[in-house]
Design a protein around this ligand. Structure first.
Ligand code: GDP
Ligand code: MG
Length: 597
């Protein structure tokens, strides 16, 4: 394909504004897929994705588009993940493009994620084409959206009005992509540089890397090198998605496609890394690479200790597909053998938990999410603590630092009070407030990441009745007066229940947490004290009264078969319990910290 007939673009949007629907319509309009194939596809569904194999993960689709004067263009549509946890991945997808369609819901207007995406697109130097979608809705107000476009520095006259649902405006969108988005530059005769923006693991072919060729070209037989890891591989196949995999002889500068090269592990195909020619390597990699850095950690323990091996295998398999998932063995006195896992954020954590349970039939106890603390000790050593149970004793600690984020909250002005109160209660530092228009406000706060991890977004949504949007980025580490809060159940400290909290709120949290635990831990045959303590000093206490004798006890564990056990648990509403000392503690108790306010 000649370079000046290629256009590489992506679609950016706030969630639900119609990105996927618009993509589908563009594929139909260019006859890349038929309407029927489209109906059969139903993207965005993991189970389906697995059953139907890799072709359905349409992260980069190639379309052919003929202009009215019959010139054929190759349009590559690159998909971007749509959640704040994945900002880095988004930035790498954008780096593979020259232009972006900015989809805005004609009824909702500009939202937090719209703005966050615009900043990323501007940083990547992309040509931005505004698309005002859902104009078929009775509540659509394209004129208001156009005014908002002016506020954010875009030209309202460039905006295309569409209804992705009804297929209105598709020809205009494609025309504009050809006209406005610059063709890729780069030199075909230079050594290969290809930017990896996604990868996936296929059990038969190994890792399939998705990339954009920035310089040179790539073809089967070539020996390639991943510049971040220095690993070399022999190319077996290159091709494009149209939308299923189409092998080709070569992919040259400006083109987007896949490579199969017997790569056994996605950690050798990191998003943002540069593929080069091992026999004629580029001098330096493309800019912007970051190795995946988990920010949120939790412990994962099988309810049934016999499932430990299954859990390990499951984590091994999931990691093949997800280089940002980390895990290492961990033991807890209370929970036994398990893993401490690291995630990009809370959503990522929930996805992994869900997959472990659904796809591997595991019953897991997960401990409350935690962040990485930097603990500076009296002897000048610094240790990173990602599990509260491992916090050194008070007397060895000089000071502790915690991760801070810059958080951007957007909400209607009638909820500003509630939003600010919530941020302040979470130790937020006010930074900035701006009116985006008459009734929409942007708040910027510095907040400890640990407070965000504790359900901040859900609380924000609840105090603003769902109208707020939220985005954050890590801004660095800060000293804070933090203490480890220990929880004792029946006088025994339960390590998996410890948490790290700010000294000022330790009493309040201790109080609330013991109350919650009293609610969650079922009555035993004897009375059970639940205490919260700092450095062995008890600061709060509740007592779970003893159960009357004649109550039948439910029996868990024993030698029931795995399948029976599952059925029974489903019947019991999946009541996951772990015997800790003489007391049975249910899953909810380990997450109780998320429920206090
Ligand atoms: P995404 O989250 O940005 O990918 O949004 P989707 O493409 O999944 O669309 C979100 C919802 O909006 C879905 O229920 C779509 O059917 C609907 N939708 C998308 N485009 C339009 C449109 O032009 N008009 C109307 N009325 N609904 C639309
Ligand atoms: Mg979507």
């Amino acid at each position: 394909v000649s370079q000046d007939r290629i256009r590489n673009f992506c679609i950016i949007a706030h969630i639900d504004h119609g990105k996927s629907t618009l993509a589908d319509r563009l594929l139909e309009h260019t006859d890349t897929v038929t309407e029927r194939e489209m109906e059969e596809q139903l993207l965005d569904n993991m189970d389906l994705e697995r059953e139907r194999g890799i072709t359905i993960k349409a992260q980069a689709v190639r379309m052919k588009y003929n202009t009215s004067d019959d010139v054929e263009y190759t349009l590559n549509l690159i998909d971007t993940p749509g959640h704040v946890d994945f900002t880095y991945e988004v930035s790498r997808s954008l780096a593979a493009c020259e232009g972006a369609l900015l989809v805005i819901d004609a009824a909702q207007g500009v939202e937090a994620q719209t703005l966050a995406n615009i900043y990323l697109a501007l940083e990547a130097d992309l040509e931005i084409i505004p698309v005002i979608n859902k104009i078929d809705l009775p509540s659509a107000n394209p004129d208001r959206v156009k005014e908002e476009l002016i506020d954010i520095g875009l030209d309202p006259y460039e905006a295309i009005l569409t209804s992705a649902k009804e297929g209105i405006g598709m020809e205009e969108v494609l025309k504009k992509v050809v006209k406005q988005v610059p063709p890729p530059d780069g030199d075909k005769d230079k050594p290969l540089k290809a930017l990896i923006f996604d990868s996936l693991y296929d059990p038969y072919q190994g890792v399939i890397a998705y990339y954009r060729v920035m310089e040179g070209s790539i073809k089967p037989g070539m020996k390639i090198k991943m510049m971040a890891t220095d690993k070399t591989f022999k190319v077996e196949e290159v091709g494009t998605f149209a939308p299923t995999m189409q092998p080709t002889k070569e992919l040259s500068v400006g083109e987007v496609g896949y490579v199969i090269a017997s790569v056994k592990d996605v950690s050798y195909c990191q998003v943002g890394d540069t593929i080069t020619n091992a026999n004629n390597p580029a001098d330096e990699p493309l800019p912007g690479y970051q190795s995946a850095k988990p920010m949120v950690f939790c412990g994962l323990y099988p309810v049934d200790g016999d499932d430990y091996e299954i859990l390990r295998d499951a984590l091994d398999k999931l990691q093949l597909n997800d280089a940002s998932l980390t895990y290492e063995p961990e033991t807890s006195e209370a929970l036994g053998f398990g893993y401490r896992c690291g995630f990009l954020g809370l959503l990522h954590m929930e996805i992994i938990q869900e997959r472990l349970e659904r796809e591997y039939n595991l019953d897991l106890i997960t401990t409350a999410p935690s962040v990485i603390y930097k603990v500076y000790k009296e002897d000048d050593e610094m240790v990173k603590v990602e599990n509260p149970a491992n916090m050194p004793e008070r007397q060895y600690i000089d000071y502790i630092e915690e991760p801070f984020v810059k958080a951007t909250i957007m909400l209607p002005d009638e909820y500003v009070g509630q939003g600010m109160e919530l941020a302040q209660n979470r130790r937020g530092e006010f930074k900035d407030m701006q009116y985006l228009d008459e009734d929409r406000v942007k708040l910027v706060y510095g907040l400890p990441l640990s407070e965000i991890v504790l359900d901040f977004f859900d609380q924000l949504k609840s105090v603003t009745r769902g109208y707020a949007t939220f985005d954050y980025e890590l801004s660095g580490y800060r000293e804070a007066d933090l203490v480890k809060l220990d929880i004792l159940v029946n006088k025994d400290p339960v390590d998996a229940l410890s948490c790290i909290v700010h000294r000022d709120s330790a009493y309040e949290i201790g109080n609330q947490l013991t109350k919650k635990l009293k609610e969650f831990i079922p009555q035993q045959m004897f009375k059970v004290p639940v205490q919260a303590a700092i450095s062995r000093k008890v600061i709060a206490r509740q007592t779970i009264r003893a159960k009357r004798k004649n109550v039948l006890q439910k029996c868990y564990g024993g030698d029931v078969s795995r399948k029976r056990k599952l059925l029974e648990q489903q019947k019991a509403g999946k009541k996951r319990m772990k015997q800790v000392g003489s007391v049975e503690i249910p899953q909810e108790a380990f997450m109780a910290i998320l429920e206090i306010d």
